[in-house]
Structures are given as structure tokens and as C-alpha cells.
Write a protein that binds this ligand. Structure first.
Ligand code: SAM
Length: 324
């Protein structure tokens, strides 16, 4: 009964956005202007969608946003998911601003892992990117509390953008070793509201490796095919980093993901130019079997790959803060 698309890819990972509000204005993501919000659904609706998807073979659920920790009720949502299926791998991606207070309750509710976005280890640079003062210390405290609460290994995601933080590669290498977290560098993708992406703004995988090699040699370690990050250990075995390189080294052929936006639409690819309104179907009174049938038909339309940087690239119909 697994969800298999027409290219033979098994869909096992769900990313579900529970809000498209955010308290940061990261340069690679939002303008910070009061843009249109797509909206949020009651948690009961996300829960029902998740249950149907789990019945179709989803084994991992990542809660995202916007900023998911802004929503009161996220702890109960995690608890409900884990009580529904104890084998489910439940993770959250957060900017970490509110994590220091929530990490332990989230762990107790059944959260398995957390990924924190952090784009500089230098407080001033961090603020230049997030465009919100005073966040650095809070995020660092969030990372440490999550690690100490057993939400590990904590992953720290850093989107690299030329002119903003490419010089943070080595400091992040040191950070990974000192803090016992996995730092993952992400190539900047054209998903931002401000439309500032250009090929030159991307810091590609090869350059990240070259920069890190000036600090310490890295050894590549194996990763699951559907994993987005290539993984590396430092030569002395202390510290791991990852590189997510969808621009220079696309991994669409092994994609196992499907997304639900905060307003209940399915997206089969970050770069989809259309989405599929699962919530509308629920609103019209569809049964679980009908929802499952709809999801199956949507998965058949999953795109073969993205076209970033190609002449025929069409910007996606939503930006990252709305997709999650
Ligand atoms: N607010 C949460 C956070 O900051 O992690 C969750 C939502 S955020 C949209 C999810 C992830 O997308 C973050 O790791 C963020 O760094 C990444 N992201 C956002 N815009 C991006 C872009 N244009 N290119 C690459 N990654 C991006």
C-alpha cells in the first residue's frame, strides 16, 4: 500500500507546515513586510491528514513553518502524533528563538529530533541575516537545551549566501566539533520573497569543501539515498558536517518527500508551479478513503526534478515561508 510515484520513488517523508507566520526575516526567505498569509488550520485537521498519510506509508513527519514554535498547541500536536503511532519519526525544523523553553516539553511529548536554522556563529552577522535583533543568544541556548534534552543529534542548518556568510564555513566547522551538533550547509535556492537569487549568490558544495579543507581534512561518510545531505566527518573522527546541494548536485531522483502547506495544500516538489487542495476536499466532507485516493493521484503527478538555473526555470507558485 506504499505511495510510489510514476518514477518509482517511494514517498515516505512528510513535511507539514503548521503556520506561515514567522518572527524572523531571514534575507534568503522573507521580506518581513506584512505580506498575505495563506492561513493556518486547526491541529485536528493536520492530525487527520497525517493519519491518512501514515496509513499510506509515511514513516517520518517533519513539522515546519513559517516558525512552528510560534503556534500554541504544537506540543499537543506532537503528543497526538506520537500516541497515534509510536514508530513514527517526528522532527521539527525551527529557527530556535523559542526552543530553550520548549525543547524539554517537546521531547516529553514524543519529539525525536530537532533541526535549528542558524546562519552565522557571529552574533552581528546573525542579526544581519535574520534582521531581528537579539536572537543569537536565544538560538544558541535553544540548540544547547535541545541537545541536553536528548533531541539529538541536533542538526544546525546554515543557508550560505555569497556576500553574507560564506566566511562562516570554518567557524561552523569548529562549532560542530565544540558543540556536538551536526552542521549542515544548504545551497541558497530561488525560494525567497525578495527575488534576489542569482547563480552567483550560491556557495556551491565544492567551494564549501575547499573552504573547510583549509581548516581540517574531511572524510565523506555514507548516507541513505533519500537523505538530502552528503555527510562528512573530520579526519580525527570529531565532528560531522553535511552539505545539502540541490543546486549544484540535485538529488531529485531519490526524493521521498511530499509537503503540506499550512492551509492544507499538498505540494509534490519545492518548485511545483501548482498545489493540490487536500483541505478543500476535507471541508466538503470527504471520507478518509477518498482523501487517500486523492493523495495517491497527486503523488502520481510528482515532478521528475527541479529546473533551477536552467533557461526554462519557472519560479514556484509559493515561497519557502509559505511552503515550509
Ligand atoms: N522557521 C523555521 C526555520 O527557520 O527553520 C522553519 C521553516 S524554514 C522555511 C525551513 C528551512 O528552509 C530552514 O532551514 C531555512 O534555512 C531553509 N530555507 C529557507 N529559505 C531558503 C532558501 N531560499 N534556500 C535554501 N534554504 C532555505
Amino acid at each position: 500500500m506504499l505511495l510510489i510515484d510514476k518514477f518509482g520513488r517511494a514517498i515516505t517523508d512528510l513535511r507539514i507546515s503548521i503556520t506561515d507566520r514567522c518572527n524572523y526575516k531571514c534575507v534568503y526567505c522573507r521580506t518581513g513586510n506584512k505580506g498575505a498569509l495563506y492561513g493556518e488550520l486547526p491541529f485536528a485537521d493536520y492530525l487527520r491528514m497525517s493519519r491518512v498519510l501514515v496509513s499510506l506509508g509515511i514513516t517520518k513527519i517533519r513539522i515546519t513553518g513559517g516558525e512552528p514554535l510560534l503556534r500554541t498547541g504544537v506540543i499537543d500536536f506532537v503528543r497526538n502524533l506520537s500516541e497515534f503511532n509510536a514508530d513514527l519519526d517526528i522532527a521539527i525544523t525551527t529557527n530556535g528563538h523559542l526552543l530553550a523553553d520548549l525543547a524539554r516539553p517537546l521531547k516529553e511529548a514524543g519529539l525525536n529530533r530537532v533541526t535549528v536554522s542558524m546562519d552565522a556563529v557571529d552574533p552581528d552577522r546573525f542579526t544581519r541575516i535574520t534582521r531581528v535583533p537579539g536572537g543569537f543568544d536565544r538560538v544558541l541556548a535553544g540548540v544547547r537545551t535541545a541537545r541536553d534534552a536528548g533531541l539529538g543529534p541536533v542538526k544546525v542548518n546554515c543557508v550560505l549566501m555569497r556576500g553574507f556568510n560564506e566566511d562562516q564555513v570554518i567557524p561552523f566547522g569548529m562549532f560542530a566539533r565544540e558543540e556536538g551538533v551536526i552542521v549542515r550547509f544548504i545551497e541558497f535556492m530561488p525560494l525567497e520573497e525578495e527575488r534576489i537569487w542569482a547563480p552567483e549568490t550560491v556557495v556551491p558544495l565544492n567551494e564549501i569543501l575547499e573552504r573547510m579543507a583549509e581548516y581540517r581534512p574531511l572524510v565523506e561518510i555514507s548516507h541513505a539515498k533519500s537523505e538530502t545531505a552528503r555527510r562528512y566527518r573530520f579526519d580525527d573522527g570529531i565532528g560531522e558536517i553535511g552539505i545539502i546541494a540541490p543546486v549544484s548536485h540535485p538529488f531529485c531522483g531519490h526524493c521521498s518527500r511530499i509537503r503540506i502547506t499550512s492551509d492544507g495544500k499538498i505540494r509534490t516538489c519545492l518548485f511545483s508551479v501548482w498545489d493540490h487542495d487536500l483541505h478543500e476536499l476535507m471541508r466538503r466532507g470527504a471520507s478518509d478513503a477518498e482523501l487517500a485516493e486523492f493523495i495517491r493521484s497527486v503523488v502520481q503527478r510528482k515532478e521528475a526534478r527541479h529546473h533551477i538555473g536552467e533557461p526554462d526555470f519557472v519560479p514556484p507558485s509559493s515561497t519557502m515561508v509559505h511552503i515550509g
